[in-house]
Design a protein around this ligand. Structure first.
Ligand SMILES: Nc1ncnc2c1ncn2[C@@H]1O[C@H](COP(=O)(O)OP(=O)(O)OP(=O)(O)O)[C@@H](O)[C@H]1O
Length: 301
């Protein structure tokens, strides 16, 4: 898509967003709450009409050519969209019959641990079961491309791993997957490329390793918490020139760069001179989470 714009009244949710996804890959769209991820995905699915820009999915316009597109894609919405009284597995079997070459529904039920949910009406399923059923419904028709909006939000660890394995299987089968997530480990584990969205735009799109390399994630960092408002310019004055220091969010400090034992000693003695106790201090590699924080100024959750 190029230059995608989506507005709700005066609010511009998506603000000229550009994103190209290669067939057969898994793309994770990562961003803070309200960044415009869901709006973007819904424009790709044809559920929302863009206010500007061009969206093509499998070469088709999702709004004008929705009828052609829909049988070829799978969609897992954040909020169900499933009849509340319909029984879980019946719904899945019924949906499978609408497709020429569906997946084996029994195997899918087994894989997603939905066996016990068989005859339960959708509205009586637990949140996690509803979500796994939505995922099953999205993939049962063997789509060429699936959109998964926060597929593991709120799932327990076991269900999350089952979902990850299913997504890995899709990728292995050559299905193109676009998923949104707040979870960095999910993006790192599953995605060939990660698109970081902030304020309705893609601010970076690369492989997880590429993002990390481009944004200094190989550096080491000292992290600690302390009362907000420490004078970081003064702290930096005591440290070698190539180091950086940020307070984000207030009271959480990161000193990054070539962190040696000498740098660590200088940071702690500066704190001591200010009568500040650095809590939870640790030294480690900068992570993709730090990259995210740098790019968006916000934490993932
Ligand atoms: N139907 C709507 N009417 C009005 N405003 C909306 C509507 N849907 C979304 N918004 C607003 O548009 C912005 C982007 O929302 P969107 O749901 O696309 O973001 P998101 O990145 O998916 O967020 P989250 O991670 O919380 O799901 C938000 O500020 C949201 O409040």
């Amino acid at each position: 898509m190029t230059g995608l714009v989506k507005r709700y009244g005066a609010k511009t949710a998506v603000d000229g967003l550009n994103l190209q996804v290669e067939a057969g890959t898994v793309t994770a769209v990562l961003g803070p709450n309200g960044a415009g991820k869901t709006s973007t995905i819904e424009c790709c699915e044809g559920y929302r009409k863009p206010d500007g820009g061009t969206v093509r999915v499998l070469g088709l316009d999702p709004v004008a050519q929705g009828e052609q597109l829909r049988p070829r894609i799978g969609v897992m919405l954040q909020s169900g969209g499933i009849y509340p009284t319909v029984r879980a597995v019946e719904m899945l079997k019924h949906t499978a019959k609408l497709y020429a070459n569906p997946l084996d529904t029994d195997a899918l039920v087994e894989r997603l641990g939905l066996g016990s949910a068989g005859r339960t009406p959708f509205r009586r399923l637990s949140g996690g079961q509803q979500q796994r059923l939505s995922l099953a419904l999205a993939v049962v028709g063997r789509p060429e491309l699936v959109f998964l909006d926060e597929p593991t939000a709120g799932l327990d660890v076991q269900a999350r791993h089952a979902t990850w394995e299913l997504i890995e299987q899709l990728r292995h089968d050559g299905v193109t997957v676009v998923l949104t997530t707040h979870l960095l480990d999910e993006a790192e584990r599953l995605a060939d490329t990660v698109a970081i969205v902030d304020a309705g735009q893609v601010v970076a799109h690369d492989t997880p390793a590429g993002l990390a390399a481009a944004h200094g994630a190989a550096d080491t960092a000292i992290r600690f918490t302390a009362p907000p408002g420490l004078d970081l310019a003064e702290l930096l004055g005591t440290l070698p020139k190539d180091l950086t220091a940020v307070e984000q969010p207030p009271g959480s400090y990161t000193v990054a760069g070539d962190v040696t034992a000498d740098v660590l000693a200088k940071v702690t003695s500066w704190c001591a001179a200010k009568d500040v106790m650095p809590q939870g201090l640790n030294v480690g590699r900068r992570t993709l989470e730090d990259v995210f924080l740098d790019l968006t100024g916000r934490e993932l959750r």
